[in-house]
Design a protein around this ligand. Sequence first.
Ligand code: IMP
Ligand code: MG
Length: 175
Amino acid sequence: MEEKLKLLFSKVQIEEAVTRLALQISRDYEGKRPLLIGVLKGAFVFLADLIRKLTIPVEVDFVRLSSYGLGSESSGQVKFTKELETEIEGKDVIVVEDIIDTGLSLKVLIEALKARKPKSLRVCCLLDKKFRRTIPIEVDYVGFEIEQGFVVGYGIDYAEKYRELPEIYVVEGKS
Ligand code: IMP
Ligand code: MG
């Protein structure tokens, strides 16, 4: 079945947001070399654009989390399906996420990372569905706050579709 997509953020809007985030991060981490941890798969396009706009050097690693069960709702259980390859103790770490929804997957990730004693730990996300949060989480860098709806494009999928779209769309009729 083909979904109906409605444009939410254009290429220009996305670029502006990514540029702003990169500026903030570059300023905050001046003289440092933070480790950016991209959360697969959704954050890979965002992370790729973000690091190219930074004016500071960084390291990059990835993790993959998976919630059990299919569908767009987090099922409440999360596991690592791809582990970090970098030792993070004593490092300045920034988690880079595509979307924060309930906050559940990020909460699990943050707890796991904190246990490894990074020097500092911050979170950068492109899209924040703030009103959907069921777990309070501090997000340090936010691209866009969005109200509701299921979004795709710019690395973000619906059932593995639409990651290749350069803009961000809302899937019509899907909450
Ligand atoms: P949370 O644990 O509920 O915060 O779920 C966050 C994760 O669910 C995000 O990192 C996405 O991978 C996925 N997700 C949440 N909302 C959407 C959406 O609108 N489109 C695509 N994926 C989403
Ligand atoms: Mg994600």
